[in-house]
Design a protein around this ligand. Sequence first.
Ligand code: FE2
Length: 265
Amino acid sequence: MDMPEEVSSAGAKIKKTIVEVYPNVYQILGQNRSAHAYLIKGQHKNVLIDSCLPDGVESVRACLAEVGLTQDDLHMILLTHEHIDHAGGVPELGPKTIVAAHRLAANKLTLQDEFVLMNKAFGSASDLFHIDMFLSEGASINLGNYELQVIHTPGHCSGAVCFYEPVHRLLFSGDVVMANGIVGGVLQSGNISDYIYSLRRLATLRLDHLFPGHGKVSNQAQSDVERGIERLETLLDESKTLFHVVQNSEHGFDYIMRSLRDLNR
Ligand SMILES: [Fe+2]
């Protein structure tokens, strides 16, 4: 379903776009640089995967209302990782809800590591991130109609996880991999080699449907993952070429080493 804008009590326009992308799985479309969130209506519990940007909370509430829910009907918010376009709604949506993230994502959120979060850069008014539960590799969330298995997938950042549903072959991938094999890039605490390892692990699963944090959903998840691996292997090769060029340049690694040392001042 795709609804028009409505006007909030404060007079601001609230966009609300919620689409049922799979039975009882709804995509809440990200607005203004926000990632998408996904609502799963379980048999007994409702789960929200990611929470949009801080200024997207009104839109999330409006979307929940379209399917007969309020934020108090959310039993869990599961975060794919710590970046603010995914986690930014937690302070407002999460007070009565169990919020769960990988330990490495939770650490950055609760310590308010601004180099990683870019919280203020996205206009957040809140610093209050509280994570109730850590998501470890192999953990499973049983919703009755769906079972979400946690797969730790570092690379984009250290605290990234994907949620794999083995019966329906669904993957909620956050920024790890998107349609057509687009990858979310290597940001602070990430690295290319872990990223390749994570995608190679995903490639061993039986995947059909990809529900990413950005862009379109995909029914070709397996090839999306494989194309993502190819992109990252290319990036790794290019980085080797870059370092080879730097090694043979006039200044060598001075600039790189100086910038690393500067972080410690
Ligand atoms: Fe991200």
